[in-house]
Write a protein that binds this ligand. Sequence first.
Ligand code: BG6
Length: 278
Amino acid sequence: MITHKKLPNGFVYIEIKNSAAEAKIALQGAHLFHYARVGEEPILWLSEVSDFETGKAIRGGVPICWPWFGFSEDKALPQHGFARTAMWDCVSCSEADEKSSSVILRLTHSQESLKMWPYLFELDLHVTISDKLTMELKTTNLDCNPFSITQALHTYFSLSHISDAVIKGLDKKPYLDALTWKDEVQEGDITFNQEVDRVYQEVDREITLYDKNRTLHVRNENSSSVVVWNPWIEKTSRMSAMNKDAYEHMLCIESANAFDDARVVKPQKSHTLKTVIF
Ligand code: BG6
């Protein structure tokens, strides 16, 4: 069942329930903020103190960073782009069978977007909810000039505890350490005992997240960069919509086209960033 819902403050979202899983997607930002397989704990982390307010990004779930990841050259523009706080349209809802439901949300250029990024575009998020979570972010260039994008499906995973988390699949991969701006190379698995903010490059394998009671797989297509982020204690205390111990129960593995993995999209062409989580 796919239902359009509204919070008391007018914030609108789509609720999806089928025999395999359930999910919630806000029209603001095409922001998936809940996904759980039937009988299991939610896979996505959502801050207990997140705002569901017009113009404010939700803290948790899967924010869409687009058309730039991080900061644009103009530092006055919003971090991670404007797509995550823009209002999207729902263009289709469908149920393939009792275990699989799909929603397509669309954002197109507007007077506001053209002030921040001077291109005509169509951006579609195709979400499929089944025993897997599939997200395809398709950028189509409707302009007469090529444009370059950086982007991410900024997935917040829910953890039993950060000290139990182990990420496999990035051994020997080069990364930019965003805390020191140095280029490094990963040795072995990733574990966490301090702030981590890294952009891995040349990623060509499935990534596996081991937690105490659960193993999750992330399979990306048309992406060779992955961001791994946990803000740890001090940064969490400075962040919006985060309780002070929130860093203990979340970790971001972001399926990206970031830094060296920026993509040029020519007029009338498309690029689709895809992730499957299972
Ligand atoms: C990550 C960045 O992708 O997003 C971090 O690597 C940043 O540096 C984080 O802090 C959260 O960003 P925001 O804008 O949602 O607070």
